[in-house]
Write a protein that binds this ligand. Structure first.
Ligand SMILES: [Cu+2]
Length: 161
């Protein structure tokens, strides 16, 4: 191998190893600034010790919120979700507001793209659509202690009569 071709071979490795971090930093800045990804603001914060007096978590449950829309106010805590059964007609879009009364939990709902963290002092909002009738189990996916494995529930999408 000549001296020139060794230099070229080295360059083939050095340039991508500089370009990759530059591209990744560029994508990170694009996601953070260009797409507006940000840390949660103060408007989503609450006192986890005052949940019984803090709307909407003073009334956990499922509530109608318009045609084919429902609102679920859910409190996670060791080791259960309240409510742990959400009953809606099939074809509904459900808007969830979830918070934790103690430590960090998570919720993932099978058959949907819902997969979020549930943090004490923060309100996690997401929505999911339950098109087909049936049961959509959900679990806590963030290890939260010895009985983490019993922390589950289900969304029941009922067939229209
Ligand atoms: Cu857990």
């Amino acid at each position: 191998m000549s001296k020139g071709s060794v230099y070229k071979a080295e360059l083939m490795w050095i340039l991508p190893s500089i370009a990759l971090p530059v591209i990744m930093l560029g994508l990170l800045l694009w996601a953070a600034i260009g797409r507006g990804h940000d840390l949660p603001g103060v408007e989503g914060t609450l006192d986890p010790a005052q949940l019984a007096k803090t709307p909407p978590f003073d009334k956990p449950g499922t509530f109608p919120a318009g045609p084919n829309r429902y609102q679920v106010n859910m409190v996670a805590g060791i080791w259960s979700f309240t409510p742990n059964a959400v009953r809606v007609p099939a074809g509904s879009t459900v808007e969830f507001a979830v918070t934790s009364r103690d430590i960090v939990h998570g919720i993932i709902i099978k058959g949907t793209s819902a997969n979020v963290m549930v943090v004490p002092g923060q309100v996690t909002r997401f929505s999911a659509r339950f098109e087909k009738p049936g049961e959509y189990p959900f679990v806590c996916h963030e290890y939260c202690g010895v009985a983490h494995h019993i922390m589950f529930g289900k969304v029941i999408a009922e067939a229209k009569k």
